[in-house]
Design a protein around this ligand. Sequence first.
Ligand SMILES: [Cu+2]
Length: 143
Amino acid sequence: MKIFKFLILFIFSINIFAAEMKINAAHIKANQPGQNITAGFIKILSDSTLKITQILSKDAKKIEIHSMKMEKGPYGDSIMKMRKIDNPTIQANKEYILMPGGDHLMIYGLKKQLNPNDTFEITFVLKDENDHSFEKNISFKVY
Ligand SMILES: [Cu+2]
């Protein structure tokens, strides 16, 4: 009877967490020596809409998603401004793109020096349309 209950739960969870995700080009810029901040990039294609509720790494203090926008500067000039995106959402069947010059992962408080070809593990905590949370671990390649 216990095993039966477990199986039911197990099958149920597989259905809940069945978001199919394709990850591409996950890479992160090596930090300049002495700097503990850097940026990361990725392409994600999911077959269901997912909210990104948290982005975690044991090797960083804080990771946010930023947008980049040209804004008018104080002298009528144009300046690039980064702003935190508060409720990042991956739309179903639409490639979610974080890339240099556009939206990006901002990684604060790096706890180590990154070197090209290192890997950097990041965990995305995601919420599906049924409000169920799950984690996705992604290996980023340092360049
Ligand atoms: Cu940024």
